[in-house]
Each structure stands twice: as C-alpha cells, then as structure tokens.
Design a protein around this ligand. Structure first.
Ligand code: AMP
Length: 289
C-alpha cells in the first residue's frame, strides 16, 4: 500500500531527523527538485534508493535562479500530484520549505558559481548558476545527506555542483544520473507542459538532431563545426527561430572543440514559443550506435 511521504516544512527539524537517521547507521540520499515531478525526477529517487536507506526529496522553486522576465511566477507548482508520485517510494522524506526558511530575511550572502558556469547557459542566464549554487549549498546544509543525485539533463548544472563541492570541500558525494526521455525521444522536463502540440513537434527536433549527430560521429565524422551547422539547420527547418547555442564541447571543461577525437558533450538550448528547452548527449569513445 503506497504511503503518503513524510513532509517537512521546517529545515531545522529535517536536519535533526537526518542526523538521527545517520546516527542509526542509515545512508541518506538527497534529490533536490523544483517540483512538477515527472519520471526524470523519479529516476533520481530510484537511483538514490539503490544505494541509500532513506531518500530526501526537496521541492522548492528557487527565486534566485530566475532572472526578471523568466518563468518564476508561472513555474508549475503541483505539490499534491508530486506527493502522490512520491508515495510509490518508501522511505522518502520531502522538504517543502517557505522562501523565508531558505533565505532568512536580511540575508545577503550568496555563492559565486565556479567558472564552468560562465559559457553556454551562463551567457544567456548570467545570474542563474549563482542562484543554483547558493540554493544547492543551502540544501546541503539543511539536508546533510551522504550523496546527492542530479540529472545529466542539466549537464552544465551538474558540472557546476561538482566543482562547487570540490572547491568548497563539501562532504557529499555527487551522483550523475542519465537523461530520461519520452518514448519519442523528447527529454522530460517540467517545462514540457507549456508546449502546444505544434510546439512539441518542433521541440522533438532537438533530440532527433542530437541523435543524428551521434550517428554521424559513430560513422567517423570528426568535424565539429560541420555537425554544429547541421544541428542548427535541422532545428531551423523544424521551426525553431531562437537558438541560444549548439555546442560540441569537452565534457569536463565545456570548452568548444573543433575536431572530435575523444569524448564530447553536445549541448543545445533553444526557444519554441515562450518555452526555453535544453538537452544534451554525451559521446564517449570508443563510440557505438
Ligand atoms: P528541476 O526540478 O528541473 O530543478 O530538476 C531537478 C533534478 O531533476 C535535476 O537534477 C535535473 O537535472 C533532474 N532532471 C530533470 N529532468 C530530467 C530528466 N529528463 N532526466 C533525468 N533527470 C532530470
């Protein structure tokens, strides 16, 4: 019988309970989210459950990672449905804090994200990763888990967190989890629910063009510029008007490469209607389809 998950609103109480669980020898996993949960989020919970005795999911739409004009106000908030989805997992604790609990009135301290935050998303969303790094560090304080699970869907984000944890010597293991896609290839995202059916069809060209690029690399193509041009062309043909970037880069530094000779990550960000979508694929050598 599914159990309603235990919900905490008070971060201090959650921390006390996590400490008690750890004192009892339990390994604790943390899955930070902004809610509007889908199978991508749930895959992180499932991954945590493989190696942890207790999983803590946080649901918090973090205001500081949205710039004015972005979708903070209209970001989907579906707590009841989220808790229902989480009830399939046991034992899961859920933290749903108020903004004041995460940003005590008067607070002015923030984390400056590492340099890996500067290209790609950083060019188009300059304050985004400072906001992400700040809230994730705070979540690590209130939920001092042994491991934290992040999706490769937000590739640059997980690199930012990995570097922050290294730089600030945060005692937590960061686990990267694969991208979960719809059956037609569209990467799952809370923002997909904004898409009309025509926009969704256009959106599909992202995963298709990434898949095609991988096939070309498998076939021996090494010219990164050629592949970038082909992806961009496919996106425009499908109906994308605003493409923020198509990058073929080192998975470690995110610096753009010219010749594909070793592992790369191909990253795309583009807007359809008012919805901004991101996706990526890691290509590890030796490549195979
Ligand atoms: P969000 O709620 O969008 O902040 O995402 C919370 C976590 O879920 C992040 O670590 C995301 O990378 C991860 N995530 C979001 N979508 C997916 C997906 N399609 N597959 C795997 N992980 C995902």
């Amino acid at each position: 019988m599914p159990q309603a998950p235990h919900v905490f609103h008070d971060p201090a109480l959650l921390r006390t309970e996590i400490r008690k669980a750890q004192a009892d020898g339990k390994r604790v996993g943390l899955v930070p989210t902004m809610g509007a949960l889908h199978q991508g989020h749930l895959s992180l919970v499932a991954e945590s459950q493989k190696s942890c005795d207790l999983t803590v999911v946080t649901i918090f739409v973090n205001p500081t990672q949205f710039a004015p004009g972005e979708d903070f106000a209209k970001y989907p908030r579906t707590l009841e449905a989220d808790l229902k989805l989480l009830s399939e997992f046991d034992p899961v604790w859920v933290l749903v804090p108020e903004v004041d609990a995460m940003y005590p009135p008067g607070s002015t301290t923030e984390v400056k994200a590492p340099e890996i935050a500067l290209p790609l998303e950083g060019t188009f969303r300059p304050i985004h990763f400072d906001g992400v790094a700040t809230i994730v560090l705070k979540l690590f304080q209130v939920a001092p888990a042994d491991a934290a699970f992040f999706g490769q869907k937000d590739y640059q984000q997980v690199r930012v967190i990995e570097e922050m944890v290294r730089d600030l010597i945060v005692p937590i293991e960061i686990v990267r989890c694969p991208i979960i896609r719809e059956s037609d290839g569209l990467a799952m995202s809370s923002r997909n629910r904004y898409l009309s059916s025509e926009e969704r069809e256009i959106a599909l060209s992202i995963s298709r063009s990434l898949h095609d690029a991988v096939q070309q690399i498998v076939g021996g193509e090494t010219d990164a510029q050629l592949l970038r041009d082909r992806i961009e062309h496919a996106l425009r043909e499908a109906g994308f008007r605003e493409i923020d970037y198509v990058s073929i880069a080192s998975p470690h530094t995110l610096e753009s490469v010219e010749t594909i000779e070793g592992d790369v990550v191909i990253l795309v960000a583009a807007k359809v209607g008012t919805t901004r979508l991101i996706d990526n694929v890691l290509v590890s050598f030796p490549v195979s389809s």
